[in-house]
Each structure stands twice: as C-alpha cells, then as structure tokens.
Design a protein around this ligand. Structure first.
Ligand code: SF4
Ligand code: SF4
Length: 227
C-alpha cells in the first residue's frame, strides 16, 4: 500500500480544480459482491475514489411542496458534471498505468428495486465522507445532504478512509418536512416504499421527469454538530 499519500494528494488536487467539493477513498475489497460488474473485471479493483459536488442552496430554496423544473435541470447537470470529472480522473489514473472504471453518477438498472451498479452512498460512507442520516441519504458535516456523488473503481494502491463515528444526533429537522412521512427517528426504520410512492406521484404530476424530490435534501444543511 502507498504509505506516503502522494498519489492521493495529487488526485485530490486534480479534482478540486474541477469543482469537486468532496473527495474520499473507500476500501471495496470486502464488498465486491455488491457491485454489479463481472468478477473478472472487479478482480484487482480494491479501491473506489468517491467525488461529491454540492447542490445549489439557492435552487433548493425554491422547493416547497414538490420538486421544481429548475432543481430537475440542476440535478441532471450535476450528474453530467460528475460523470465528466470521473472520466477525467479515470484517464489520469490510466495514464499512470492503473486500471480505472468511472461508474455512472445516476443510472438505475432496476426501477422497482431502485438499484444501480453500486451505491455511491455506501462508498461515500466507507470513505468517511459522512454518515447515513434519518433521511436515508449520506450526511456530510459541512454540506449536509446537499451534494451528489460519483465513484471511480481502481487498482491504484491508495490509502482508504474509514467510516465516521457520527450520526444525526438530536437533529430531527427532516422528519416533519417529509410529505410521505417516510423519515423516522431511527434511520433503520426509513420507509423506502412510502418515499418511492411519493417520488412516483411527483413524476406522474409532471413536476419532474424523473423520480426525485429534494425536500429532505433542502432541509439537511450540515454542521448538525452546531445545533
Ligand atoms: S425524498 Fe421526499 S419523500 Fe423521500 S424521504 Fe425525502 S422528503 Fe420524504
Ligand atoms: S436533517 Fe438532521 S436528522 Fe435529517 S438527515 Fe439531516 S442531520 Fe439527520
């Protein structure tokens, strides 16, 4: 393993120049069976670099009882930006002689199960970028849940982060605002079905063309330790 962190620093500086707000490295060696890529491809890929870009707080402010068209556009723009940045970082890693797989920022494989190739949220958690909040999203100390993620799988010998020993603590701000009553005191009780039913409703009402909401994202502003 690379003990002097030089490569990690170089990669972080590279993406910070590309509007990336969060950078972390996850050890994925023990969760490869959760990643929907062939075992042959995954064989030597033991690390995931996780990148996050902040969501515009002004655009979130416009959301009241349903997602807005502006938020929908912003959501897609962020995903496109993350995909482009993941591509650039992957190219850099490949030029250095490493394998690198930029994973889609937002590509659902099964809409009913809401499953993708992997969970960026879980990789972000493993990398130490935040904890799983009452809203079932990753919560970062500075950005709250107001960011989106992408991941790059690699065989580069990177030092990995570790999950934070933190949680939402006394904050319960998102429980009252959820229109589906999906958010509970215990994050383990999050009602996925109720949340998904509300996202479908928003899409059927033509507020947006995708299953998104933004209400609990707007509410989760970070720095919960300051409360
Ligand atoms: S995305 Fe919307 S419906 Fe789902 S938990 Fe958050 S506020 Fe509730
Ligand atoms: S708003 Fe508060 S309770 Fe809800 S996820 Fe964010 S930090 Fe946790």
């Amino acid at each position: 393993m690379n003990k002097n962190f030089k490569l990690e620093q170089e990669l972080e500086e590279f993406v910070k120049d590309l509007c990336v707000d969060l950078f972390g490295i996850a050890d994925i060696s023990k969760i490869k069976d959760e990643i929907k890529i062939s075992a042959k491809v995954m064989k030597d890929l033991n690390r995931a670099i996780v990148l996050g870009m902040r969501v515009s707080s002004v655009i979130l402010e416009e959301i009241e009882t349903h997602p807005t068209r502006l938020y929908f556009h912003h959501y897609r723009t962020l995903n496109a930006g993350l995909d482009q940045t993941a591509l650039k970082l992957s190219n850099l890693l490949q030029k250095k002689g490493y394998q690198a797989v930029p994973m889609p920022a937002s590509q659902i494989l099964d809409w009913q199960k809401q499953s993708a190739h992997l969970s960026h949220k879980k990789l972000g958690y493993l990398a130490g970028l935040g904890w799983i909040g009452r809203n079932n999203l990753l919560v970062n100390e500075v950005l709250g849940s107001q960011f989106r993620l992408v991941s790059i799988l690699t065989n580069a010998p990177l030092n990995a982060g570790a999950p934070l020993k933190k949680d939402c603590g006394k904050c319960v701000r998102c429980i009252a605002v959820c229109p589906a009553k999906a958010i509970k005191n215990d994050p383990a009780d999050f009602d996925h079905q109720a949340c998904f039913a509300k996202l479908k409703e928003f899409q059927q009402q033509k507020f947006v063309d995708q299953y998104i909401c933004g209400i609990c994202v707007k509410t989760c502003k970070g720095r919960v330790s300051d409360l």
